[in-house]
Design a protein around this ligand. Structure first.
Ligand code: PLP
Length: 399
């Protein structure tokens, strides 16, 4: 039998949200009723004006290959949006459009690390699992940066100082953060800036949840003096405009743009042609739907967190952003003699509520004893109430 590469067998990871989603679908097919808090996508429909722009583009024959980097009009709309929201000058030439923001994780790592040379990529832990998977797949070493509950799921600058070294080629930041909802503080960004300059590393700033900051305001590391030149800003339409299935994302950096674009040529050829007209409408058209969706997420955040905190053995701080709650379930696990959040997750799934466990977002940080679940509250208030009633019953109902 012809062999598979070690790269896919050993190094390539996955996104467990999709694995759990498949389990949920399988159970639903067999007739089990399940309320799902698994998937990180808005439960709203794409605003009509954006749909119409894409339909018009299809009707007008915008269905061919485009420049790999994206059409100039769409890159201009993105450069205006990035310049005004980040307070820096982003030229259309700096912008590359792709089919989702996600490809830029791999493209960036491929552009700034060499295979098997000991290059290090610092990834938030817990964190979006694709960072570690992509780093390992590209032959780099993924180094976890602990995010801690006592800092409202930001990291300790001392931890970052401890792990940065001459092999560090890239630091990945994700604010607002998946899975904890944490938002980076401006003063921490200042410390990152100093380290980035001292050790001369790149920063990939994953800002796909930029619009979903509920307390305080969004800050991008790229806005700090001297940082845009070493920061790849990654953003997209999936979360803000309820468009995950459209697959529209973009990145900006002056030096890397030609390489990201060359990677597009080698993989997807170009972003979807008619989608690029949807980008223009999304970023330059009316924004009332975006504000409505955000207000709704904010209400659900408060509902979710207050219901979680009513469950004995569970506590949850109010996340500052994104649409995730990351409750601490250590005591609930202890009451039920469970050794991990994964075991609790499985028990909850049997009872009809689907959530993710901390283990889906990286391994435990050294000396970390606590267990956490991740709930996406991008679901209706009725689902939130019914789902958390089940969770309360399972956890408080005894052994
Ligand atoms: N980055 C983070 C932190 C995410 O949570 C996700 C999706 O869940 C993505 C990137 C992918 O976004 P996109 O749909 O634009 O590829």
């Amino acid at each position: 039998m012809a062999k598979l590469s070690q790269r896919v067998l050993r190094d390539l990871g996955t996104e467990n949200a999709f694995v759990v989603l498949a389990q949920v679908e399988e159970r639903k097919r067999k007739g089990q009723e399940i309320i799902s808090f698994c998937i990180g996508q808005p439960d709203f429909d794409t605003p009509d004006n954006i749909k119409e722009a894409a339909i018009k583009a299809i009707r007008e024959g915008k269905t061919g290959y485009t420049p790999a980097q994206g059409i100039p009009e769409a890159r201009e709309a993105i450069s205006n949006y990035l310049s005004s929201t980040r307070g820096i000058i982003v030229s259309p030439d700096d912008v590359v459009i792709a089919n989702g923001a996600k490809p830029f994780i791999m493209y960036t790592i491929l552009s700034v690390t060499d295979y098997g040379k000991g290059d290090e990529v610092i990834c938030p832990n817990p964190g979006y699992p694709i960072y570690e998977s992509a780093a390992r797949f590209c032959g780099a070493k993924a180094v976890p940066l602990p995010l801690v509950e006592r800092k409202n799921f930001c990291f300790d600058v001392a931890d970052l100082e401890r792990i940065v070294n001459k092999n560090t080629k890239l630091l990945i930041l994700n604010s607002p953060h998946n899975p904890t909802g944490g938002v980076l503080k401006k003063e921490d960004m200042e410390a990152i800036r100093e380290l980035a300059i001292k050790y001369d590393f790149w920063v990939l700033s994953d800002e796909v949840y930029r619009n979903l900051v509920y307390e305080g305001e969004f800050n991008s590391i790229a806005s700090l003096p001297g940082m845009y030149e070493r920061t790849i800003i990654m953003d997209g339409l999936s979360k803000t405009y309820a468009m995950p299935g459209w697959r529209i994302g973009f990145a900006a950096n002056r030096i890397l743009a030609p390489k990201l674009s060359q990677l597009m040529i080698n993989t997807d050829s170009c972003p979807v042609h008619f989608n690029q007209y949807a980008i223009i409408e999304a970023l330059t058209g009316r924004q009332d739907e975006v504000a409505r969706m955000k207000a709704s997420f904010k209400e659900r955040r408060e509902l979710t967190v207050s219901l979680l905190n009513e469950i004995k053995g569970v506590h949850c701080s109010l996340p500052d952003g994104a649409f995730y709650a990351f409750p601490n379930v250590t005591e609930a696990c202890r009451i039920h003699n469970l050794s991990s959040a994964e075991e609790l997750r499985s028990k909850l799934l049997d009872a009809g509520i689907a959530v993710l466990a901390d283990t889906h977002f990286g391994s435990k940080n050294p000396s970390e004893k606590d267990h956490y679940l991740r709930l996406s509250y991008a679901t209706s208030k009725d689902n939130i109430k019914a789902g958390l009633a089940i969770m309360k019953k399972v956890i408080e109902g005894g052994k």
